[in-house]
Design a protein around this ligand. Structure first.
Ligand code: JFZ
Length: 479
């Protein structure tokens, strides 16, 4: 009773509810970010292309593609871009790799065309990873691809020009906190996931603010000002305790000057950014009401490793994309070009296969809304616990669903059993009235027979799926 009265009073005292929801959140940061002050409709406009996109290409590419997972004749376990840290490579030795970096096989045209043919709508590339090597023309710091290598080209500029030509968005990953070759910056001891400064070379010792003011901030400025309308996305990573609210605020003051920019939740200092970034996992129910993006490797490394051939199947990759879309997220799928700038053929093959599927079925993915059902995604185990001790989510792989204003899409992985000459797709509960049904891969969109019994519906399907991985059933709905 009391609560109801309080709520009524609160609503009456505030402006009408819709208006109240459209008000900026109270700034609680040293420098308020755009997210702190914009209205929800401004946010919708800023996020519109990203929400439509659903599928992007992550590129981890840098000097680490030269050792490619091997140092001093020994294979170094774990992800390739961490080799300097994992093998405790001295700063001078690692920096000397730059002199041999001459990736003449790199073609911005081909990489953008690859992303496009895969059905990806944006690219996020490592402008500077934790090793501190800038993959762009930097006046702020000489350890970069133009000044320190025989290549002398700026791949970010070439990618920006191509992305613009081919109609994709381009974003930059920038490791703002960890930098293993810059004095004073952070280094995390990965083995322990220990967020303390872990230096293995006295050349790494120094003052964090000096690093921030002489390298990170000037380079972020360069990235924000030298590439025209790009970056569309700034992808920060691995903030440690060094990324205090006050330091993060200095970066926020910069990104605030680019009101269309989208940035992730990995800046640090208490800033939430725009996007949740689950890594190597797809959350059981997504992040309802939030923008999120699962980033994943295509094998087991981000940066190229010559001997990592554990490539995920096209089936797994497509299921991931569809699973993510059905939960309202984006899929940022990584490729790792080698030291010549060439994308490994198994990666190219899988992206082409995904693009072939999307060319037919993309309508069920791009710009769609999450499922109106839910249980089809799987369930929490009553007995098995996850690493945090919570019930483990066990995904089911029969089907997923995505939603449009007048359509429900059912992406069928596991074709229903045939009875007689036909299979049938059964739905118990109908969230909307279904007026007709057809298969998206059927060019004629031949109407499928439907039988209704009580509240449930059976759609009669052909005996065999139209696609070996996922056949999309379209249900036209009265809104
Ligand atoms: C980071 C990087 O260290 C890695 O090299 C790669 O770039 C990846 C995309 O991001 O690794 C992380 C960051 C965050 C988590 C795990 C690994 N996390 O939040 O679980």
């Amino acid at each position: 009773m009391k609560l109801t009265r309080f709520l009524t009073a609160a609503v009456l005292l505030a402006a009408p509810l819709s208006y109240a929801q459209n008000q900026p959140a109270a700034p609680q940061h040293p420098v308020p970010s755009i997210q702190d002050s914009e209205t929800s409709s401004q946010k919708d406009a800023r996020m519109a292309w990203w929400r439509q996109a659903r599928f992007g290409m992550f590129i981890h590419w840098g000097l680490y593609s030269i050792p490619a997972g091997t140092w001093d004749g020994k294979q170094v376990p774990s992800i390739g871009e961490w080799i300097m840290n994992n093998a405790s490579i001295p700063v001078a030795d690692y920096k000397s790799l730059a002199a041999q970096f001459n990736p003449t096989g790199f073609s911005a045209h081909d990489i953008v065309a690859l992303a496009k043919s895969a059905g990806m709508k944006y690219i996020v590339i490592t402008a500077k990873h934790h090793d501190g090597f800038a993959m762009f023309d930097s006046k702020a710091n000489a350890f970069n691809i133009v000044a320190a290598t025989p290549f002398h080209r700026d791949p970010l500029r070439e990618l920006a020009d191509e992305a613009r030509k081919q109609g994709l968005k381009l974003g930059f990953y920038y490791s703002q906190d960890q930098d293993w070759t810059a004095p004073g910056a952070s280094a995390i001891l990965r083995a322990n996931h220990d967020p303390v400064t872990h230096h293995w070379d006295k050349a790494q010792d120094g003052d964090f603010d000096t690093y921030l003011h002489t390298k990170a901030i000037p380079q972020i400025k360069e990235l924000l000002t030298n590439y025209g309308d790009f970056p569309a996305v700034l992808w920060f990573d691995t903030p440690t305790a060094n990324m205090t609210p006050a330091r993060a605020a200095e970066i926020v003051a910069l990104v605030n000057q680019h009101p269309n920019l989208i940035w992730n939740n990995r800046l640090g200092g208490g800033y939430k950014g725009d996007t949740e970034t689950p890594e190597q996992t797809i959350p059981a129910q997504g992040f309802p009401g939030e923008d999120w993006e699962s980033c994943m490797t295509i094998n087991d490394t981000w940066g190229y490793k010559s001997y990592d051939t554990n490539f995920k199947s096209t089936e797994t990759l497509l299921r991931n994309l569809i699973d993510i879309a059905s939960k309202g997220g984006n899929y940022l799928l990584n490729i790792g070009p080698d030291s010549h700038g060439i994308v490994p053929q198994p990666e190219v093959d899988r992206l082409h296969a995904m693009g072939t599927w999307l060319a037919v079925n993309g309508e069920a993915i791009y710009g769609t809304q999450p499922t109106l059902f839910g249980p089809e995604a799987g369930s929490f185990s009553a007995t098995v616990k996850d690493s945090k001790g919570n019930p483990k989510f066990i995904p089911a792989w029969d089907w997923r669903s995505t939603t449009a204003p007048n359509k429900i899409y059912i992406e069928i992985f596991n074709w229903p059993p045939v009875s007689g000459a036909q299979a049938a797709f059964h739905l118990d509960k109908l969230p909307r009235k279904i007026t007709s049904a057809y298969l998206l891969a059927d060019p004629a969109h031949t109407p499928l027979k439907m039988t209704q019994a009580g509240g449930s519906l059976d759609i009669h399907l052909p005996a065999k799926p139209l696609d070996p991985i996922a056949t999309v059933l379209v249900l036209e709905t009265a809104k």
